[in-house]
Design a protein around this ligand. Structure first.
Ligand SMILES: Cc1ncc(COP(=O)(O)O)c(C=O)c1O
Length: 406
């Protein structure tokens, strides 16, 4: 009989393969496990300056980055309330569940949202964004807000192309981008892509526990914040930017998470951002090969928009994805991502981001393959083998690149 407490007695390590929060490396856990320091003292100022500097490097911006002791939702709200006024029009694209939640927040804050719908299988279409902006000859739309990597669907929107579309429409709207599940996993360039506010979070590619979120802001966004009429207090940029100049915060920061952030930034720098992105691309591709070889369908319908941080897999027929996830958790101590919103029970999501490597992926895929079989889901054996083949054949190239061999 099933023992409901079974997972409490499981030996070995739990496989946390949801698309965030991700596995926190021991190095980061150790960095956080130390006494909290005075957040008004000189040691803290050094920490504050260091983490802001590291985030600027990671986000590829020469502008300020604000750190909130909040989950990603807080940084979403900060992006809106600092740049917009009651009744401002915002253009958003319904890429999936998270875009829908951001839209709901915008409506609750009193904004007017033009919501472009999709079938939740593709990203924001730059041509549609351009057409919408061209129609808006009076420049009433004040911001375009896009989720870079839609965590509910495993689809990555092409932000550089969206920027080009905005430029060719000659429209002055701000560009706000959610990188909560893409930062430090998928290529992202705040300055080069002319993003005005980047929203990011700690618990995914940054390998930290949940609890920190970020706004990277352009000069144009700061200018907009001077006349933005939405009410704010806790989220206001101005007191943050003033205190940050000396490495401090206007209120008590999440000091120990910042110790962890400093370590995470050091780890990413040691690996090198290009290598971090290449690792995610390779593990993402191996996962997709497994899914295709199982004969299951990847939810993302556009190969050029496949996400390298997670893969959402459609479950065939009347089979229940939540039942599959339950069987996998109870038998193999692995958590997979649920289907969110309208995808509930229809998909499961494999997180392959953050502190992750080949053998962790192999274990993950083995758990899925065994679960599919135990649940009687129609599929073809061989997904794990296809992934391993790919990992093996690309390993040499990877080594050559790493060691600079000819
Ligand atoms: C793309 C995206 N945006 C926003 C959020 C909301 O962030 P949080 O749950 O940290 O508040 C999430 C959470 O997973 C997300 O994946």
């Amino acid at each position: 009989m099933h023992n409901p407490d079974q997972t409490a007695f499981a030996t070995g390590r739990h496989f946390l393969q949801i698309p965030g929060p991700t596995n926190v490396p021991d190095r980061i856990l150790r960095a956080m496990a130390r006494p909290t320091i005075d957040h008004r003292g000189a040691e803290f100022a050094r920490l504050g300056n260091e983490v802001v500097e590291g985030l600027r490097e990671l986000l590829q911006t020469s502008g300020p980055v604000i750190i909130y002791p909040a989950s990603g939702t807080g940084a979403w709200e900060a992006a809106l309330v600092n740049t917009l006024s009651p009744d401002s029009r915002v253009l958003m694209v319904e890429t999936g569940h998270f875009a829908t939640l951001w839209r709901r927040m915008a409506l609750e804050l009193g904004l007017r949202v033009d919501f472009v719908s999709t079938d939740w299988r593709r990203g924001a279409d730059p041509a549609v964004v351009e057409a919408k902006l061209r129609e808006d000859t009076g420049h009433e739309i004040k911001a375009v807000a896009i989720v870079h990597n839609e965590t509910s669907t495993g689809v990555t929107s092409r932000i550089g192309e969206i920027r080009r579309a905005m430029n060719s429409a000659g429209h002055p709207a701000l560009l706000l981008v959610d990188t909560i599940s893409s930062l430090a996993s998928i290529d992202y360039r705040h300055d080069e892509w002319g993003v005005d506010v980047t929203v990011a979070g700690s618990q995914k590619g940054l390998m930290l526990p949940p609890g920190l979120s970020f706004n990277a802001v352009s000069g144009k966004a700061i200018e907009a914040s001077k006349s933005a009429g939405l009410r704010k207090s806790y989220w206001a940029w101005e007191p943050m930017l003033t205190a940050n100049r000396n490495g401090f915060f206007p209120y008590t920061p999440a000091t120990n998470l910042l110790f962890g952030l400093r370590e995470a930034l050091a780890m990413l720098r040691e690996e090198g951002l290009a290598n971090v992105l290449a690792r995610h691309a390779r593990l993402g591709e191996a996962t997709r090969r497994a899914v295709q070889s199982w004969g299951l369908e990847i939810l993302c319908a556009e190969p050029s928009e496949y996400s390298n941080s997670l893969t959402a897999v459609q479950i065939p027929g009347d089979y229940d994805a939540d039942e599959l996830r339950r069987v996998i958790l109870e038998n193999f101590n692995m958590s997979l991502g649920i289907g969110l919103g309208r995808l509930q029970g229809r998909v499961f999501r494999i997180g392959h981001l953050g502190n992750f490597n080949e053998l962790m992926l192999a274990g993950t895929l083995c758990g899925v393959e065994m679960g599919l079989s135990l649940c009687g889901v129609p599929f073809s054996r061989g997904g794990v083998a296809a992934a391993l083949d790919y990992l093996e054949t690309t390993a040499t190239a990877q080594n050559k690149a790493r060691h600079g061999a000819a």
